[in-house]
Design a protein around this ligand. Structure first.
Ligand code: AP5
Length: 222
């Protein structure tokens, strides 16, 4: 399966993409995570992206499109992928269509997580992240087993710079202007699968799983 997970910041795309990738044996490509890794490693891309990411603005298309094209080229034959956080505007959606067209492929579905504003504000303001492995927690909704430390690495959790109030506002406003039009773009192509995303992680995961199981049977590949 070739999938895009779409939704507002904090909609749960990353959380659900990780689960879907495990369940359906897909490669998970998160542009946010790739950019944060590049920033942690201090690469050229990381240095170029840092100001944009920290302030909640979109990284320029040419950098992100190249990053995604490289990631898709590394997806093994016969294996599918789930794109999380890409595309984020019309130009990126068209670049993705073209990259797939060249390989004789199309997207199987775009899963759109519909969430209320109060849900995303609560999730983003309480999110804590492991600076080593990138795993997400939430101070109230998904706390780690040991206070303030990553279950997997034992490292102290941090708050992402773009999870501070001014950056959250900026990200939500950019989403409304640039990313939300993709809902109609993919609906018009018959690719949109809408999943209500306000409930707890398990309930949302069950909905995703049911929708993807049907698609997986049809597409006949991972
Ligand atoms: P990115 O990392 O993609 O940020 P985002 O889209 O704002 O998404 P989030 O990671 O904030 O939210 P999510 O929907 O993945 O939710 P999550 O599962 O983590 O991008 C960051 C930045 O990189 C961008 O602002 C931009 O600068 C740059 N960038 C990335 N892609 C780009 C692109 N294509 N073009 C240009 N620039 C780009 O969940 C959030 C919290 O809620 C967590 O704490 C989680 O534990 C909790 N949670 C999740 N689901 C549930 C649930 N069902 N119930 C309770 N809690 C839940």
């Amino acid at each position: 399966m070739r999938l895009v997970f779409l939704g507002r910041p904090g909609a749960g795309k990353g959380t659900q993409a990780l689960r879907a990738a495990t369940e359906f044996d897909l490669v998970h490509v998160s542009t946010g995570e790739l950019l944060r890794t590049a920033m942690r490693q201090g690469t050229k891309l990381g240095k170029e992206a840092k100001g944009y990411v920290d302030e909640g603005r979109l990284v320029p298309d040419e950098l992100v499109v190249k990053l995604v094209e490289e990631s898709l080229r590394r997806v093994p034959d016969r294996k599918g992928f789930v794109l999380d956080g890409f595309p984020r505007n019309l130009a990126q959606a068209e670049a993705l269509e073209e990259a797939l067209r060249v390989q004789g492929e199309v997207l199987d579905a775009v899963v759109y997580f519909a969430v209320r504003s109060d849900t995303v504000l609560e999730r983003l303001s309480g999110r804590r992240t492991c600076p080593k492995c990138g795993r997400n927690y939430h101070v109230k909704l998904m706390p780690p087993a040991s206070d303030g430390r990553c279950d997997a690495c034992g490292v102290e959790l941090i708050q992402r710079k773009d999870d501070r109030p001014d950056a959250i506002r900026e990200r939500l406003s950019i989403y409304d202007k640039e990313t939300a039009p993709l809902i109609d773009f993919y609906r018009a192509r018959g690719a949109l699968v809408e999943v209500p995303g306000d409930d707890d992680e398990e309930s949302v995961a069950r909905r995703v799983s049911t929708a993807l199981a049907t698609l997986s049977d049809r597409s006949g590949r991972g």
